[in-house]
Design a protein around this ligand. Structure first.
Ligand code: ADP
Ligand code: MG
Length: 699
């Protein structure tokens, strides 16, 4: 019997209508889907309180009581129903503000009820607002103990799918099952790790009899979930390491050495040195490198990239660097070209707006090998871009690229090139393990010396004039400023008006004082964007008003102020990334987060995180905790998030580490999962990670 093959609509008590809502709202279609729809909290219903024991400090509790003085008062919105609940020890008031019409005819003064809710104090009198109320004798024994509470939506409630109904459906599934739920882990493994059986775990996650068994049930399900993710992704890594040979970079030659001795603009940080060494070892090993380079904004990833490119050139390979936007690609091109042209290295830029003639020359140069370094955007991926002998591909600001696109780079040579993926901002360790577990990781955990930490302030938008005066003072010192507006989607008319109105206000203030301004957004043509950016880089314009098109990469060390309008609308990693545009020079820099007066709790936490730390790794962790993994940039495109049902990457780092160790231990002995005792693993992986893309090509 396959639980995934049993449609929930045929389950007694569900039916077509509810099934449709379950599918639409939660993606639940089968018995299995339903069983893995787990509670988000539990309420202790193992004790029945006496009314005299209650106070307003208690959490949700339940009492056994009769009711009297049932009455409805008020009209319209002010209408409410009240009753007095009493037992032998005392009494308290029950209050309903809505949804009581049905109840008025149901409640019976001779009946004993199990009343459930949170006691609160009103006019110095204890009451319970919107209690749950059930006939005491009729209450399912399942409710006495821990009660599971399931997430529901408005639509579900309208279809009578509240938490209680879900609980009943779960109970019905267990009643209908003729056999135990088939095991998804081998017996020896369950024994070795002292896990509950799947059937027991699933039963107890819905109907826990004690906190101990609930803990065990949760552990089994989380451990299994994370274990399979690790087993799958690490298996890819093992496979790739054996299946593909890599280009061997044997020598550190003239290009690298000459650059290092004569042209390098500053001493490498220790972290940069260590990372370059790691990459060098990897590229010399005979295996193909797949490495993730993590480093905070401004940690100097570009210089590391350049040194690696030189390594490839020294071994007679071509290399390319791919960036997510035209602005960024252009900037990389300029940096690389200015650093390397004296070495006689040929570098070209290829983007969507490269002219046909130039494009053809580039194609020719790549094929005959005269062009050594190609820098560009997605344009690099096109099939017409053919290299003579590419040995290293570097991808900057990784989260903007889809996996399928990256896979294309693999096919640019008959032996796949080494791949170095650089992140825009750090990714929390747990997320890196699940998303990029098949990559080796290098971390730059140190900023270049002499940086002054950026001062981050939060203020309200009605203080805008004060901010303008503050900016003016910095401009007087010769600095420059960014002012960023949220334009989440460039087509949003409403946002666009905000941006334009803001620009006008800024011009009114600053133009008469002799400071030129510029505006940069996605609606401009690439050439216009470029020109605008250039004016700012050359300090012709002192203030750049922009949308998040400047989010990643751009490097203008003279800019010392970053003002972010409607900062509450940005995600944490975006805020951090934007802040990273300043603090690149020797001067004190400022990041000013402007918000409206009223903001949500989550927004407030994001702002507080920003004002309390500059550390990208810390921010990434906070981001994961606040948003949950589903929202983290990159996870959607990666296609690899088999969305987590039970585990939580923000909270379950310890279990993940353990699961990863265990998965590694199994693969070390049996990398292809061919041994008899590992057959369940092999078939589970097939079942869980059905996907059309050939993952072993994914970097
Ligand atoms: P990111 O890691 O965010 O891509 P960049 O590579 O743009 O950072 O580097 C940020 C700035 O730091 C650049 O202006 C770069 O020239 C400078 N930089 C990089 N490495 C060093 C170093 N070792 N010492 C001093 N400055 C450095
Ligand atoms: Mg960068």
């Amino acid at each position: 019997m396959e639980l995934s093959g049993l449609n929930i609509k045929f389950l007694p008590g569900v039916g077509e209508k509810k099934a449709a809502v379950l599918l639409e709202e939660l993606g639940i279609e089968s018995y299995e889907d339903m069983l893995y729809h787990v509670p988000y909290k539990y309420i202790d219903r193992s004790k029945i309180y006496k009314i005299s024991e209650l106070n307003n400090q208690l959490p949700y509790i339940q009492i056994k009581a009769k009711i009297r003085n049932l009455q409805t008062t008020g009209t319209g919105n002010g209408q409410r129903m009240t009753a007095i609940a009493y037992d032998e020890s005392g009494s308290l008031k029950l209050v309903w503000f809505k949804g009581f019409k049905y109840l008025t005819h149901q409640l019976d003064i001779n009946q004993e009820y199990l009343i459930f809710g949170q006691p609160s104090l009103f006019n110095n009198q204890l009451n319970i607002v919107h209690p749950e109320i059930d006939n005491f004798e009729k209450v399912s024994p399942l409710l006495v103990g821990f009660q599971a509470i399931y997430p529901t939506s408005e639509k579900m409630k309208k279809a009578f799918l509240n938490s209680k109904t879900i609980s009943k459906i779960q109970a019905t599934i267990f009643k209908t099952l003729k056999i135990k739920i088939p095991e998804t882990l081998p017996f020896w493994f369950i024994q070795q790790h002292k896990l509950l059986y799947l059937h027991e775990a699933l039963y107890n996650i819905h109907f826990p009899k004690s906190p101990e068994i609930l803990r065990k049930a949760i552990y089994r399900l989380k451990f299994e979930e994370l274990f399979y993710i690790q087993l799958n992704i690490l298996k890819l890594k093992y496979k790739r390491k054996t299946a593909f040979k890599g280009h061997v970079f044997i020598t550190i030659g003239d290009y690298f050495n000459t650059f290092y001795k004569q042209y390098i603009p500053f001493d490498l940080t220790n972290a940069q040195k260590r990372v370059i060494k790691e990459i060098r070892q990897d590229c010399g090993s005979g295996k193909q490198m797949n490495r993730l380079l993590q480093g905070d904004v401004g940690s100097g990833k570009t210089l590391v990239a350049i040194m690696c490119m030189l390594m490839a050139l020294d071994n007679c390979y071509q290399t390319c660097l791919m960036a997510p936007t035209e602005i960024l690609a252009t900037q990389h091109y300029e940096t690389v070209n200015s650093m390397l042209h004296e070495l006689g290295i040929s570098v070209a830029l290829l983007t969507g707006s490269t002219r046909k003639k130039e494009r053809e020359a580039i194609h020719q140069g790549l094929q005959d090998g005269s062009l050594q370094i190609l820098i560009g955007t997605h344009a690099l991926l096109e099939d017409v871009v053919i290299f003579k002998n590419i040995g290293l591909v570097i991808i900057d600001e990784q989260h903007r690229f889809g996996v399928a696109q990256r896979a294309k780079l693999w096919q640019k040579n008959n032996i796949p090139p080494h791949i170095l993926v650089m992140t825009a901002t750090p990714i929390p360790r747990t997320l890196a393990m699940t998303l990029y577990g098949d990559l080796d990781v290098s971390v730059i955990d140190e900023l270049p010396p002499g940086r002054k930490p950026i001062t981050t302030l939060h203020t309200y938008d009605r203080k805008r004039q004060d901010i303008f005066r503050f900016i003016e003072k910095e401009l007087e010192k010769g600095r420059q400023a960014y002012i960023v507006y949220p334009l989440i989607s460039e087509s949003e008319k409403f946002d666009f008006r905000d941006l334009e109105a803001g620009f006008e206000q800024i011009n009114n203030y600053f133009l008469p004082k002799g400071y030129k301004t510029g505006i940069l957004h996605g609606k401009l043509k690439p050439a216009e964007k470029d020109a605008e950016m250039r004016r700012f880089v050359n300090a012709e314009t002192k203030i750049l008003v922009a949308t998040t098109v400047i989010e990643v990469g751009v490097n203008v060390p003279n800019a010392s102020i970053m003002v972010i309008e409607s900062a509450e609308r940005f995600g944490l990693s975006q805020l951090h990334q934007l802040r990273g545009r300043v603090g690149r020079g020797a001067d004190q820099s400022y990041c000013i987060l402007m918000t409206s007066y009223k903001i949500s709790n989550d927004s407030r936490k994001r702002i507080e995180t920003m004002t309390s730390t500059n550390d990208g790794f810390e921010i990434a962790e906070a981001d994961l905790k606040l948003r949950g993994p589903g929202d983290i940039e990159g996870t959607q495109q990666s296609g690899l998030t088999c969305s987590l049902k039970v585990a939580n990457l923000g909270k379950d780092a310890i279990i993940l580490n353990e699961a990863s160790l265990v998965a590694n231990r199994i693969l070390e002995k049996d990398p292809n999962l061919q041994n008899e005792e590992n057959q369940i693993f092999a078939s589970q992986i097939k079942r869980l990670f059905k996907t059309k893309i050939t993952w072993h090509y994914i970097s």
